[in-house]
Write a protein that binds this ligand. Structure first.
Ligand SMILES: C[S@@+](CC[C@H](N)C(=O)[O-])C[C@H]1O[C@@H](n2cnc3c(N)ncnc32)[C@H](O)[C@@H]1O
Length: 219
C-alpha cells in the first residue's frame, strides 16, 4: 500500500514512523510519504492560508495550495482515494478501516486553523473522515490515528505477540468487544485469574472467551 500524507507539520510524524508496526509495514514493501504544503505553495513566503471570505476568526487552508501540492506529486488529479481529515466527515470505525486497508493507494489531507477551503472537499478529495465528534487543533493526530488502524491491518505489520485478527470489532468476534486478558501472577492481592484460564482445557477457554465477548458487547 502506498500512503501519502499532506500536512504543514511533517515532523509531527517522526515518532509515528518509528513505530514497529509502521517499520514492519515499510519493510514489507508498503510506502509512507509525507508532503509539506509549504514546499509546493504557489504563493510567496510559504503562505498556505488566508482570511475567510465573509470575515470572522481564523485562517483557512487555501484550495490552490492543496491543488498545487497534489499536482506536484501526482501531476494532476490522483486516480485513487483522497481523504480529507475533518471533524465534519464520516466517522472512522473498524469497518471504515477495513475498507481503506483494501486500497492500494491512499492520500490523506490534513489541515490546521479553521480547516480547508470548502472547495477542497468538493473538488479535490474523494472522502471526508472524522476520527470522532470533537475538534482537535490539526489533522496530524487524526491522520496518525487512521494510519495506525490501517497499517496494523496490512500483512506483516504486527509482530507475533499481537494477532490483529481477533480484536474488538473484528468479524472473529462478530463485531463485538474482545474478551478479558490476564497474565501472571495468577493471584495478586487476592485478585484471582478465572480458573478456566488456568485449566489448560483449550475448548473451555475458547467457549469462555466467546461468552465473555458476548456479555461485554451486550452491555
Ligand atoms: C481546528 S480544526 C477545524 C475545525 C473546523 N473549523 C470545524 O469546526 O469543523 C483544524 C483541522 O484539524 C483536523 N481535525 C480536527 N478535529 C478532527 C477530527 N475530529 N477528525 C478529523 N480531523 C480533525 C482537520 O484537518 C481540521 O481541518
Amino acid at each position: 500500500m502506498k500512503l501519502d500524507i499532506f500536512t504543514l507539520f511533517p515532523e509531527a510524524f517522526d515518532w509515528f514512523r518509528s513505530q514497529r508496526s509502521v517499520r514492519n509495514a515499510i519493510a514489507e514493501g508498503n510506502e509512507l510519504r509525507l508532503f509539506d504544503y509549504r514546499e509546493t505553495t504557489p504563493l510567496g513566503a510559504g503562505q498556505v492560508d488566508d482570511a475567510p471570505y465573509g470575515g470572522g476568526a481564523g485562517m483557512v487552508l487555501r484550495v490552490d495550495v492543496v491543488a498545487a501540492a497534489l499536482d506536484a506529486v501526482y501531476g494532476g488529479a490522483p486516480g485513487h482515494r483522497v481523504v480529507a481529515l475533518t471533524p465534519q466527515g464520516r466517522q472512522l470505525t473498524q469497518d471504515v478501516v477495513e475498507e481503506l486497508a483494501q486500497e492500494e493507494r491512499l492520500t490523506l489531507l490534513s489541515a490546521r486553523f479553521e480547516g480547508f477551503d470548502e472547495r477542497v472537499g468538493i473538488h479535490l478529495a474523494s472522502d471526508a473522515i472524522s476520527i470522532g465528534p470533537y475538534v482537535l487543533s490539526g489533522g496530524e493526530l487524526p491522520a496518525m490515528v487512521l494510519l495506525d488502524a490501517v497499517v496494523r491491518r496490512l500483512p506483516g505489520a504486527l509482530g507475533s505477540e499481537e494477532s490483529g485478527l481477533v480484536e474488538s470489532f473484528s468479524a472473529e468476534l462478530d463485531g463485538g468487544l474482545e474478551y478479558p486478558h490476564y497474565t501472571r501472577p495468577s493471584e495478586f492481592r487476592g485478585w484471582r485469574v478465572p480458573d478456566v484460564l488456568l485449566s489448560g482445557d483449550h475448548r473451555r477457554v475458547d467457549e469462555w472467551r466467546m461468552e465473555q465477548s458476548r456479555l461485554r458487547s451486550a452491555s
